[in-house]
Design a protein around this ligand. Structure first.
Ligand code: H2U
Ligand code: ZN
Length: 347
């Protein structure tokens, strides 16, 4: 939907994927800021840090030593949030319901180079990360119903280590947000006989105003219903239910768009842009999954500079999520920055 109607007045937008409403207050962007100012993150880390738990050859907290890896490196999380040997215990009480969980937690180091995050890695290296995601997904979906691939980047975001890495948590239960997306996509599919996010990508391409970048296979947009200021969703342009069905060409074009999107993020405030990103696709062993469309969410916490953070507090915690700048304005800002990483300019 083109949104010229609501560019300057408070309004709410509906997120059909999560089922939530979001309050948008574009008139508020001129308010003064006297709150917390985050310190800029350290910019020049070494290629190998002897103190880093994730660098090749170093010893982790558990005492295990990392091999001298040269591509991606996967290891079992030394402090897993979910463990393989869960029981099947349940508490069925109406007000005190609980169930046991079991699963597996892995850490994926993207590269041996401690100093480079995703946008500064080459596309062949990013393609290897995508291959690693697919391999981990196939292994884990044999045993678990949900495989969550994600990356939490940046100190401001609570990430414990600047070494480029992501995580994979697999579980025998479908987590809450996935359950909501599953239900909403199913309802849409039943009514319209087409996957919601495939139709959504086609519509966004027609409107163009929220597009950041695209190629033959993928499109990155600030969703119409974005809650975080520079939130994006990365969508395939054809019907793809989950990661393992991507062919080589789609993986290469995914590497290209991941590099471009994260480069644009870094260039926006000339900082290593923090975010939480993660992949959603059809749950493992789904009998009927035509309603699912693979996608990645990026939720960056920054608001208006490298040092001013968006806090989801107050009204957001008590009532509903709220944003000031419109998704259209955010998309325009991301579209207008250069495609070449600011740290590589002139080098
Ligand atoms: P972040 O993505 O939030 O930085 O987390 C890194 C993960 O790496 C975290 O889940 C694990 C932590 O448990 N880790 C190890 O398994 N071993 C270590 O020696 C350091 C960190
Ligand atoms: Zn490191």
């Amino acid at each position: 939907m083109p949104s010229s109607t609501f560019q300057n007045e408070p309004h709410r937008r509906f997120n059909p994927l999560s089922g939530e409403w979001i309050l948008v207050s574009p008139q508020r962007t001129t308010r003064p800021w006297q709150g917390k100012v985050e310190g800029k993150q350290a910019e020049n880390s070494p290629g190998h840090d002897p103190e880093c738990y994730l660098c090749p050859g170093n010893t982790r907290i558990s005492g295990a030593t990392n091999p001298d890896y040269t591509d991606c490196f996967v290891f079992d999380n030394d402090f897993p949030a979910i463990e393989p040997a869960g029981s099947s215990d349940k508490i069925e009480d109406t007000l005190f319901k609980a169930e046991a969980v079991s699963g597996d937690c892995k850490v994926l180091c993207y590269s041996p180079d401690h100093s480079k995050t995703l946008p500064e890695l080459s596309t062949p290296v990013i393609k290897k990360i995508i291959d690693a995601w697919c391999d981990l997904y196939s292994d884990l979906e044999e045993k678990y119903t949900w495989v969550q691939i994600f990356e939490n980047k940046g100190e401001i975001n609570g990430c414990s280590n600047p070494h480029p890495h992501g995580q994979i948590w697999a579980s025998n239960h479908i987590p809450q947000l996935i359950n909501d997306e599953d239900k909403n996509q199913q309802e849409y599919f039943n009514k319209h006989e087409t996957p919601m996010l495939l139709r959504y990508a086609e519509d966004e391409i027609k409107h163009y105003e929220r597009i950041i970048c695209m190629n033959n296979d993928w499109v990155a947009v600030v969703p119409y219903w974005a809650a975080w200021p520079f939130e994006t969703i990365l969508l395939p342009r054809t019907h793809i239910t989950h990661m393992n069905v991507l062919d080589e060409e789609q993986k290469s074009s995914l590497a290209d768009i991941l590099k471009e999107l994260t480069t644009r993020y870094d260039n926006l405030f000339e900082t290593s842009f923090p975010y939480s990103m993660g992949w959603h696709g059809r749950p493992a062993n789904s009998e009927q999954a035509e309603h699912w469309q693979l996608h990645a969410h990026f939720y960056p916490p920054l608001l208006r500079s490298a040092t001013v953070q968006k806090f989801m507090v107050g009204y957001e915690l008590m009532a509903e999520k709220q944003r000031d700048i419109t998704p259209e304005k955010a998309a325009e800002m991301l579209r207008n920055v250069p495609k070449t990483h600011y740290r590589s300019c002139g080098s």
